[in-house]
Design a protein around this ligand. Sequence first.
Ligand code: 5GP
Ligand code: MG
Length: 175
Amino acid sequence: MDIQAKFTVLLHRDEIDARVRRLAGEISREYRTKHPVLIGVLKGSFIFLADLIRQLDFPLDVDFIRLSSYGQGTTSAGEVRVEHALRNPIKGRHVLVIEDIVDTGITISFLLNFLEKEQPASLKLCALTDKPSRRQVPVKIDFTGFTVPDKFIVGYGLDWNEQFRHLPDICVLED
Ligand code: 5GP
Ligand code: MG
């Protein structure tokens, strides 16, 4: 299969790297003395989270949560479930959720409501990418990497049917 023909690079690895470093600076200013818990939303955020935390030189915890969002294909099921819960309580902790993309907003608003019930000291959102054109539920993104057009993107953790997460650049998947 000629996979090159199916993609256009939207965000090159160097551009992502530079943006992640700047985000890490913003996050450091906010959290340096707060010993936050960074919660990665599996699976799409794993590469972003791994790159981001290696730019943070203050105490922090890492946890993961797994939600069902898209099944197969490129449209949202509109239904969200927690499939893999947190290991440690977040009550009284400063929580920063790390997400790959906010599209309709359904997934992340469900998660933020779910986490808020655990009574964290604070709850904020960092999203690598924001696709505001398709928003159905308003979402406050505290730290945004890139605003992206209404295209289906893959790479740097983002998949299409579990494929293409390992691409180092963020690419548009052409139909
Ligand atoms: P939402 O609930 O905001 O519509 O969808 C959020 C989830 O849908 C993301 O966490 C991601 O898993 C998936 N998603 C939305 N847009 C894209 C996209 O362009 N590419 C990929 N790979 N996943 C997407
Ligand atoms: Mg996701």
